[in-house]
Design a protein around this ligand. Structure first.
Ligand code: SF4
Length: 319
């Protein structure tokens, strides 16, 4: 690991200013992904600005009946909040399907959104990787691709976004609140927060340099049966091959988002009109244009079958 400085920010404005004015400085919250990347020298920040003491650790009701989740709320606290468990069950279930209890105790809401891909070539500094070293090539294309993306891929990168929490937040139409070093505030719809790789896979989100996430807001509850079904190679402490987040209403309508399939949580609202006609009718639209490899083509069928199981489970719970 390379040497770096460490400073605790006292205010949101101070944190954003410190990172913006120091080249290659980074915010640190739980550190559950960043510290691993620093040990491997995939990330080598010269300065870490600690944002754990800015008062961003509350979950509050919003005036329109939703919830405002502070950026530093831990995954454990978010998944165990009574309002989340009652009204946003898909979010609680998605969080509890990720990582381990110890990691969820440290991992934060903002950090979870910003976790980086687990593409094996990204973590191997002997291999070419456009995300780690822009312009160096992509070792995954033509390589080992079982875990990697099938839709939204590019000729530069076929990595997946690895998280679960963000898939549920995409389903719930969450918004990400930020503040820039000049004090400007933004609200970014979660649909626009994570980017597809295109020819700049190293740019993963809509955040500008030094822009700090302060909260994630959820709109008012939408009812229905909430399910998060994650399929993986072992039953815990593993990333999704495919995950399905769904809210299904009594009349069969609803929403669906997928994890493990793309460089961002994958949702196509137009596909949801097909929910009453079954899983295949949905995934035919949701995954139209997919470009799987021979090693991960199974994910297209797996997504369809997992969604079919989710629809059946919702129907049983409503009977
Ligand atoms: Fe790097 Fe993306 Fe290629 Fe993986 S898929 S090696 S992360 S460029």
């Amino acid at each position: 690991m390379r040497a770096f400085t460490y400073q605790k920010a006292k205010t949101v404005a101070e944190a954003a200013t410190l990172v913006a004015r120091t080249p290659n400085a980074k915010f640190i919250a739980g550190g559950t992904n960043l510290l691993d990347l620093m040990k491997l020298e995939i990330e080598a920040p010269v300065a870490l600005i600690d944002v754990n003491h800015l008062g961003l650790n509350k979950i509050e009701a919003t005036q329109d009946g939703g919830l405002r989740i502070g950026a530093m709320v831990t995954n454990t606290d978010l998944a165990s909040d009574a309002r989340v468990r009652k009204d946003y069950g898909v979010l609680a279930r998605a969080i509890l399907s990720g990582a381990s209890a110890q990691l969820r105790n440290k991992a934060t809401t903002a950090g979870n959104l910003l976790q980086r891909t687990r593409c094996p070539y990204f973590y191997d500094t002997n291999m070419a990787c456009n995300k780690r070293v822009p312009g160096s090539g992509c070792s995954a294309i033509g390589g080992y691709t079982r875990q990697l993306a099938v839709i939204g891929v590019s000729e530069s990168c076929i990595a997946t976004y690895p998280g679960d929490m963000a898939v549920a937040m995409r389903l719930l139409d969450a918004s990400v609140e930020t503040v820039a070093s000049n004090g400007a505030k933004r609200v970014i719809p979660i649909a626009d927060f994570h980017r597809l790789p295109g020819n700049t896979p190293h740019i993963e989100t809509a955040l500008a340099p030094g822009e700090l996430i302060t909260a994630v807001t959820l709109p008012k509850p939408i009812g229905g049966v909430h399910i998060y079904q994650k399929v993986r190679d072992r039953s815990s402490y593993a990333f999704a091959l495919v995950s399905v987040a769904a809210v299904i209403q009594k009349d069969g309508s609803g929403r669906v988002a997928l994890g493990g399939m793309s460089h961002k949580p994958w949702r196509v609202e137009a596909a949801e009109a097909n929910l009453p006609r079954g899983a295949k009718a949905v995934t035919d639209v949701l995954l139209a244009g997919a470009k799987p490899t021979s090693e991960n083509a199974f994910k297209v069928i797996l997504a369809q079958r997992t969604l079919a199981a989710v629809i059946a489970e919702a129907s049983r719970s409503q009977a």
